[in-house]
Design a binder for this molecule. Sequence first.
Ligand code: FES
Ligand SMILES: [Fe+2]
Length: 428
Amino acid sequence: MTIKIRDVVNNDATLISRRAWSDDHIYELEKKGIFAKTWLFLGHESQVRKPGDFVQAFMCETPIILSRGEDNEVHAMVNSCTHRGLPVCRSDKGNTKRFICPYHNWSYKIDGELAVIPQEKTMKCKSDKSQLGLKKVPRVESWRGLIFGCFDEYVEPLEDHLGNMKFYLGAFLDRFPNGIEFVGSPQRWVIDANWKVPMENQLGDVNHGPYLHAAVVPQEAADEINEFGYSVVPGKGHGATFRLMPEDAPVDNVAWGMETITGILGGEEVQNYLREIQASAEERVGPVRARMKGLAYGVYPNLSFLWSNAGFKVSHPRGPGKVEYWSWSIVPADAPEHLKKVLRNNHASFFGPGGILEQEDSEAWMQQYLGSKIDFADDRPYYYGLGLGLEKPHPDLPGMVDNTANEHYARAFYLRWRDALLAVEDEA
Ligand code: FES
Ligand SMILES: [Fe+2]
């Protein structure tokens, strides 16, 4: 029997059916109601700096080419030949004038327009090439260098979708005098879990840190989170967690990067750079955000950001029970090369496919998925009620705010998720 969405998430999202993470019909509704209609992260402007630059991306399971055209604009199009559907680009990234399909050699310009059908040389009739370009992603917009696309041409502007989340993303992205850049290609790997599980983890699940990661998270770090930690629901299904350090905290306790192996292995040069950034952070992000020491963020529906280990991640769905995880290391654009290397190592050591924390998380996510498939337990939906109603506004922090034990980040995410699926349920 087809499951009804009203039976999956209750009205305050304190109870959620296990089927939310394992049901085929729900997965199809997610494609229609979420991935066809919501802004999805495609890449960063530092990856496509010059005309002809391109990188691969995905929008759910649909392969996308993100490129910079001869017009210097960013374009996004579906990586599938309009002749018989083959991918026309197989490189992760590069610079080119044309994408050439290997099957019959149709060639496409960097912006996706069809340039040449070689078979036309021997035929009298000509096809209307203006109708045969790669399918364009109709809306592409960027904010602070982060490029998003949406298949719904009537979607709200990207900045409205990000809403209050800009305040929290800006606390990091605006911190550096010349912004940030993405390093190389993302690390990519597949986990036997539903795409929402890692997403939920990074929207605000700080609760698991001292337990699942007990061997790695020192007691002082857990104490600091208990004392200064916040979980914020900025709205629209996004989430942000961080510590707001006291005004008189020593610079080394506030400065981004000092608490990870970046600060330890980087040596004096790196440490001084990190202190310098912190010393002038207030000029760029203001007094409140200068004291923020981030943990993890989630941008609805499937982008996350790990502040202390400096990485962006996307959960690309591959069916209800598989996720292809993409993970980029990011660095301040003007950082010394030595620091960029240390940051990249730090990111990979903790959150690459073999990262210490990633391994522990991935195992938990796979088990959560298995728990979502079992029989004879449908009368035990998962409980998301921790802290219900305790979140409230804060004078300095936009959104609803509480300490990091409150699960309001997940309730807000799944309420938006439920609305999106209800909107398309009757079409299915
Ligand atoms: S499938 Fe691409 S040219 Fe024929
Ligand atoms: Fe974790």
